[in-house]
Design a protein around this ligand. Structure first.
Ligand code: GLN
Length: 455
């Protein structure tokens, strides 16, 4: 991978846009963009930027796993070379100087890819599909909240003040006027997304106060994961410019529904280009059913990638305000109470929507995990349970209800480690356990409220 095929393309692009500065981006496990900022001339002329591989064992608080877990990564903390992906070049429309942001892949200096990189984990799963002549297609839907800026982390978040000077105080699902309250912000968001070629389909108001959802046009999973990462960055920046925060936390406010990252998934024959989830007679195919069977069998074990934080499981708790966040891996036609919804569609658009992931998850890992489960189902020709008709809520929570048990289930699932990479899974478990320990060291206001004078 040390060839420089991409160099002429970069030269042209930089020249055309008069680029003076480059942001070299790599997504860590959480989805935080790490990297280096460089003058354009140096970037084009000089060697590739480097980072230590320890960026992939860093927790969200900047810590590292405990000593006993360190054997899972590379104690030498080796350098990685960052290689630009020419299909992931985006201008930075809000920058003062002409700046480009480029998503990079990571390779050791010996040439092997770094298996801990989330983007590599997705590529690895896509390669397995490609080897069988399959090309998965996905369409992500991402929910988020706009909230009032707030610098006191002990204080609950609040909805932002819109153009009317008021905060939303009742459910405004699908209201156009409630979106228009934040018109200046969304107009700028669209301008930025257009400049970056992010293919947004629709924007709607969701159920929560200040909660919105964007849908992306369907396409290649790697390109869409890149787009979601870039969209999150763009929206956070836009909101700041308008005196608000945009948050992708799975459950930012106790009395409001959580935010999800639904993934619609279909499967094309790589050569012919037709959707193999439908038979010649237009009926759902055996592969489609086996894909769902795999999702039913393996999704509970891959929950740490779909719901990666303690906060993620608050979204998946059934309460009066949890909205339609699923707590099961049932499937059903046009049914929003199940984790695996099959929308009514034409045969060419036959697909299954995985509704489990939170908006807080890393999109590379969500897509890798979800597609890995479907792949295992197709390989093992697994049969799904009968589709759910009516409400699936009454069956109770069929998913791990906290990050601790979810990590134990991932640890015990060898078929997933074989697909996602043993070294990646072990490092991921170590990082998430370290985060869980750090969380547990914080004494919450609930404990002060209810235990202080009673126990
Ligand atoms: N768009 C919807 O169906 C709502 C999803 C819900 N907010 C969730 O967290 O899963």
């Amino acid at each position: 991978m040390s060839n420089r095929q991409e160099q002429p393309l970069l030269n042209d692009w930089f020249e055309k846009h008069g680029i003076t500065e480059v942001e070299c981006l790599v997504s860590d496990l959480t989805g935080i963009l790490k990297g280096k900022i460089m003058p354009a001339g140096k970037y084009l002329k000089g060697g590739r930027p480097r980072l230590p591989d320890s960026i992939f064992i860093q927790t969200v608080t900047g810590g590292y796993p405990d000593d006993e877990d360190i054997r899972f990564w590379n104690p030498a903390e080796r350098d990685m070379e960052l290689v630009p992906d020419p299909s992931a070049i985006y201008p930075v429309p809000w920058a003062e100087d002409p700046t480009v942001q480029i998503i990079h892949d990571c390779f050791y200096l010996t040439g092997e890819p770094v298996e801990l990189a989330p983007r590599y984990v997705l590529k690895r799963v896509l390669d397995l599909y490609a080897a069988r002549g399959w090309r998965p297609v996905v369409a992500p839907e991402v929910e988020f909240y706009l909230v009032k800026t707030n610098t006191d982390s002990d204080y609950p978040l609040e909805p932002p003040v819109g153009r009317s000077g008021r905060q939303e105080s009742s459910r405004q699902s699908f209201s156009i006027d409630a979106v228009n309250e934040f018109d200046p912000l969304f107009e700028e968001m669209y301008d930025y997304c257009d400049a970056m070629n992010l293919d947004l389909d629709t924007l709607i108001h969701e159920e929560g106060a200040g909660q919105m959802e964007v849908n992306f046009q369907h396409g290649d999973p790697l390109a869409l994961a890149d787009q979601v990462v870039m969209f999150k960055r763009t929206l956070r920046e836009t909101a700041l410019r308008h005196g608000m925060y945009a948050t992708f936390m799975a459950k930012p406010m106790a009395g409001e529904p959580g935010s999800s990252m639904h993934i619609h998934q279909s499967l094309l024959d790589s050569k012919e280009g037709h959707n193999v989830f439908a038979d010649e007679d237009g009926q759902p195919s055996r592969l489609f059913h086996a894909f769902i069977g795999g999702q039913q069998r393996y999704l509970p074990s891959v929950m740490p990638l779909l719901a990666p934080n303690v906060n993620s499981y608050r979204r998946l708790m059934r309460t009066e305000t949890s909205g339609s966040a699923p707590i099961n891996v049932e499937w059903g036609m046009d049914n929003r109470t199940v984790g695996l919804r099959v929308p009514v569609s034409t045969p060419e658009a036959t697909r299954v929507e995985n509704r489990l992931a939170g908006a807080d998850a890393n999109p590379y890992l969500v897509m890798a995990a979800s597609l890995a489960c479907g792949y295992l189902g197709m390989l093992g020709r697994l049969e799904p349970r009968p589709p759910m008709v009516g409400s699936a809520w009454s069956g109770g929570n069929k998913l791990p209800d906290d990050i601790g048990p979810a990590l134990d289930m991932l640890h015990d699932c060898q078929p997933l480690a074989d697909i996602l990479g043993e070294r990646f899974v072990n490092s991921y478990l170590a990082v998430k356990r370290a985060e869980h320990r750090a969380y547990f060291q914080v004494i919450s206001s609930w404990e002060r409220e209810h235990l202080l004078l009673r126990v």
